[in-house]
Ligand binder design. Structure first.
Ligand code: F6R
Length: 244
């Protein structure tokens, strides 16, 4: 017997990346306007760059104020500290934090240089919990369906943890490094628990190459081999996809 699919997801298709970025920025801006001391869960990678650009404009024009905002990022490469221009801390400073009136001491990125990554993961989850959870989690999606760096696996992994990156992820991210050999092989990522506990999820994906994995993730079965598919069980998800 087939039961009717009832997924409380909003799926928005846009014609252009600019439109995607404007819509995503509007959703995040609304969260900040409604709750000036909100906690934003943020992502790196190419997908959210346009969204950050629009949020910077909104901040400069006075539409949104980051002065009371706290942010928690999804992930960081193991072994890269914030001074490395390939680290995700550097990316966030460069693409958002340096250009808005956020208090940098309230911006958190997992520490990929921690001696004890397990303890770092536990402390990160505790911090998110103590902050009251994230009000909105912005996500991109990997070609293999990863969110954060939760790679396809036999199980969904709950806590913030160290991961060995899939070869496909290393290849996809090599474009940001001088050579593929420079891409770190491991990372620390927020796990499915803190992601799923966000009050709202906003996933942005663009490009023909992402079409298949977006379809699999949101219209296929829930499967730890397609990590983003777990989002189907979250009560407040918006996916914005643009083919360009
Ligand atoms: C980044 C992250 C990753 C990326 C994903 C897509 O913080 O968590 O899951 O969102 O790898 O990357 P792009 O947007 O570069 O295609």
């Amino acid at each position: 017997m087939h039961s009717e699919r009832k997924i409380p997801m909003r799926f928005i298709k846009t014609k252009t990346y600019e439109e995607l970025s404007n819509k995503a920025a509007d959703i995040i801006a609304a969260v900040i306007i409604n709750k000036p001391n909100c906690v934003l869960g943020l992502a790196t990678g190419s997908s959210p760059v346009g969204t950050y650009k629009r949020l910077i404009e909104d901040n400069k024009s006075g539409k949104i104020d980051f002065s009371e905002v706290t942010s928690v990022n999804l992930d960081e490469y193991v072994g890269l500290d914030g001074s490395n221009d390939q680290s995700y801390r550097y990316f966030m400073n460069d693409n958002l934090f340096n250009h808005v009136n956020i208090d940098k001491s309230k911006t958190f990125v997992p520490n990929g240089c921690a001696d004890d990554l397990k303890a770092e993961g536990e402390a990160y989850d505790k911090m998110i919990k103590d902050l009251g959870g994230t009000d909105i989690q912005l996500l991109g999606i990997g070609l293999d369906g990863h969110i954060g760096f939760n790679e396809p696996d036999k199980y969904f992994v709950g806590p913030t943890h160290e991961v060995v990156l899939d070869q496909s992820t290393i290849e996809a991210n090599a474009r940001f490094f001088e050579s593929i050999d420079d891409v770190p092989k491991t990372a620390i990522t927020m796990g499915m628990m803190s992601i799923m506990q966000a009050k709202k999820i906003l996933l942005v994906a663009n490009g023909e190459a992402k079409k298949e994995i977006v379809e699999k993730s949101f219209f296929g079965p829930i499967d730890p081999m397609v990590p983003a598919s777990l989002l189907q069980l979250h009560p407040d998800v918006t996916v914005i996809y643009s083919e360009n």
